[in-house]
Design a protein around this ligand. Sequence first.
Ligand code: YYY
Ligand code: MG
Length: 153
Amino acid sequence: SDHERTFVMIKPDAFARGLVGNVISRLEDRGLKLVGIKVINMPEERAEEHYAEHTDKPFFDDLIEFITAGPVVPMVWEGQDATRQVRQMIGETDPLEADSGTIRGDFALDLGRNVVHAADHEDEGANEREIAIHFDEDELIDYDQHDAGWLYE
Ligand code: YYY
Ligand code: MG
């Protein structure tokens, strides 16, 4: 029940396939508050920092090549239990295991092309670390969400 910020990123496959608006709409419709967003080509060093936990995995090189292959959309979303809410909306890492109705379950087929990244709620410092990698503090916007009184008790 914590009001918190979570890091989410639309991957190059989704960008190329015209799914940017669709992913953002789902997060907006849920009631989450958008506090940061940009479009970038991710530099290789930043990609390696972002996926540092996977450095020794056999899929690491392919993952870095993929995430730097085209524009991505890093975002910060805020809300009650935002990390777990987003993780639930995204679905399992492997689209084959992701339920229909989740973003990966609706838009993806392949583990290596799974549309969206979100910080792991089981990794304590993930949000702070990933937000700091991709955003300066002054790029995160402070404003009142006009419908907050109807989203939260
Ligand atoms: O957090 P999440 O993206 O759901 O999965 P991770 O286990 O952190 O892996 C990051 C990323 O790596 C995943 O989205 C796809 C890719 N990957 C892969 O290509 N092959 C694997 N066996 C595991 C993960
Ligand atoms: Mg992860």
